[in-house]
Design a protein around this ligand. Structure first.
Ligand code: SAM
Length: 206
């Protein structure tokens, strides 16, 4: 997976590559799909949600430019896999999931595997997790039409926010870099994510 899917496509951050080597992705996917865990694709994790393709996990993580001392917020815990990767690269990881059963399952597997610097919250992640702000890194792993204003507000000065922004069926992965009250925006690549649901996201039934 690391050689063929990540290095060959240009992932160069050694810390990210090492984290992707170390986290057992197969333990974060449903048992009947474990044989597909290291494939070059997203996979269903139940409740109509997905674990992202390994390359997209690596690309988004690399874009956060983590050095190890950061506090990071993830929106969309899903399987907990991205949170496990982040836990090896940052000091503290806060992750928010709106679906209770996914959040609880992720919490269990993260605890079982010893990723003790991750905290999971059940709720509407488009509001962020203000109690622990500011964050040097924010990663949104569900599609949104615009970056929710509370997330911009919770980004530390100099911090990076990575999110799939665009329409319901296709988005652009963007990185915002906060400089004082301004944010500098970069476009990274085209992506397709499940929607961010709730306030500042899509309505549930869409
Ligand atoms: N990062 C996850 C992983 O490593 O498995 C994959 C995330 S999946 C592509 C998107 C997740 O975002 C889903 O689990 C979905 O329930 C969640 N989600 C959607 N809207 C949300 C919201 N407003 N707040 C929190 N989570 C949300």
């Amino acid at each position: 997976m690391v050689e063929e899917q990540l290095i060959r496509r240009g992932i160069v951050d050694e810390r990210v590559l090492e984290a992707m080597r170390r986290v057992p992705r197969h333990l974060f996917v449903p048992e009947d799909l474990r044989h597909l865990a290291y494939r070059d694709s997203p996979l269903p994790i139940g409740e109509g949600q997905t674990i992202s393709q390994p390359y997209i996990v690596a690309l988004m993580t690399q874009a956060l430019e983590l050095k190890g001392s950061e506090k990071v917020l993830e929106i969309g815990t899903g399987s907990g896999y991205q949170a496990a990767i982040l836990s090896l690269l940052a000091r503290e990881v806060y992750t928010v999931e709106r679906i209770l059963s996914l959040a609880r399952r992720a919490e269990r597997i993260l605890a079982r595997l010893g990723y003790t610097n991750v905290r999971v919250n059940v709720g509407n992640g488009s509001l962020g997790w203000p109690e622990h702000a500011p964050y040097e890194g924010i990663i949104v792993t569900a599609a949104t039409e615009q970056v929710p204003p509370p997330l911009r507000e919770q980004l530390a000065d100099g911090g990076r926010l990575v999110a799939p922004v665009g329409g319901r069926w296709s988005q652009t992965l963007i990185r915002l870099r906060r400089r004082g009250d301004q944010c500098v925006r970069e476009h990274l690549t085209a992506v397709v994510f499940v929607p961010l649901v709730g306030k500042y996201g899509w309505r549930e039934a869409q």
